[in-house]
Design a protein around this ligand. Sequence first.
Ligand SMILES: *[C@@H]1O[C@H](CO)[C@@H](O)[C@H](O)[C@H]1NC(C)=O
Ligand SMILES: *[C@@H]1O[C@H](CO)[C@@H](O)[C@H](O)[C@H]1NC(C)=O
Ligand SMILES: *[C@@H]1O[C@H](CO)[C@@H](O)[C@H](O)[C@H]1NC(C)=O
Ligand SMILES: *[C@@H]1O[C@H](CO)[C@@H](O)[C@H](O)[C@H]1NC(C)=O
Length: 355
Amino acid sequence: MKSPLPVAGLTLLSAKVAAAIKFVPEIDGALANGLDTLPTPFNLTNSQQRSSEYGAGSFWSSSFLSASNNHQYLVISHVMADVPFWTPGRAMYRGSVLDITDTSKYTQFEFFVDDYDVFGENGTFNATFSDYGFVSAGPGALRTWSNISGAEFDLNIELSSSIILNGGIGVFQVSSTLHQWSLPAGKTTGSLSIDGLKVSVDSKSSLTWYDRQWNGGPPDWTWFELHLDTGKLKADLVPVSAWIWEDPEAGFKGIASIREEPGVQKVVPVKSLETTGRTWTSEATGAEYALGWVLELTDGTKLSISSQRDNQELAAEGGEFPAYAGYILAEGRLGRDQNIQGYGVVEIVPPGNAG
Ligand SMILES: *[C@@H]1O[C@H](CO)[C@@H](O)[C@H](O)[C@H]1NC(C)=O
Ligand SMILES: *[C@@H]1O[C@H](CO)[C@@H](O)[C@H](O)[C@H]1NC(C)=O
Ligand SMILES: *[C@@H]1O[C@H](CO)[C@@H](O)[C@H](O)[C@H]1NC(C)=O
Ligand SMILES: *[C@@H]1O[C@H](CO)[C@@H](O)[C@H](O)[C@H]1NC(C)=O
């Protein structure tokens, strides 16, 4: 992670770069920082429970894992419910496992269940299905697991890092008022099952970005989760949550929430997002996804971003509500003068899938 990568070579260097990337969790203590002191226009502590203020929305995690077989993995796990344009009671769960060290290995799943309450009997987040689960596991902890063939995992996530309040106070305006907070680098323990063999997660070099979001979203979007390495010794990577969408009336919109250091955050408009022309079209859903971008923010930030494998689409049988959740590498500059490189996830929800 020392010398900057040539932009053109980004897609070709994945194995080398992946081998050099170390996933470092943060243990500053999101809860120790006193969530109740933050000026959110909703009760942050209660956002993992049933609430009279809002519906369930989205519970999403991306785990960057170093495993005991010396491979690195990206595990996506996602539950959604109370989506305004779905039948009431409909819930979705989906996920994927990508071998970052050998990106030819990838498995995904997506299922819908009707008449389901993700808040269980006593109001705590509990999305437990026959072959998959994502649940609150006591104060400041989550567990997600899957028994789905080829994508078997069991992960415990601690809410141990300082969060990002998207938009500054955890809300920003799309067609609705979207609520979102992100935990960029929570401590992660657990295991995966790879080709029938159980491998354990090295918690010192693994992390989970957990994302809690509710009350709608844009009609379609490109969202980047980024972990940017400024090269500063002993500093945490800089996590960025960047949204880009087309407003039906106003056109191009974009907002990036950047956690410069734990407890220090800024919100910067997106100036532009250009695609490089690399695309992949899904046979399952017909959706076409960009695989390369140049993202510019108004503070001078300019990033080249590249998806590291073409097919990283989460799709249900029949193709309802697909999304692309892909492993990406990034390089460029943060602000006007900090060279960075980093990694993350792009989530693309293609047009025609939201209300
Ligand atoms: C949020 O809700 C919890 C539990 O109901 C309560 O203890 C806490 O005081 C509330 N926080 C705020 C800021 O209202
Ligand atoms: C979560 O739901 C499962 C399945 O319905 C149930 O067995 C379990 O006890 C529930 N856990 C909690 C904490 O409510
Ligand atoms: C619900 O039950 C679980 C498991 O017994 C417990 O950990 C959790 O605190 C309970 N939640 C509430 C809101 O009582
Ligand atoms: C599914 O996986 C979880 C986590 O590995 C495990 O605890 C559970 O027993 C498994 N369930 C089945 C039915 O195999």
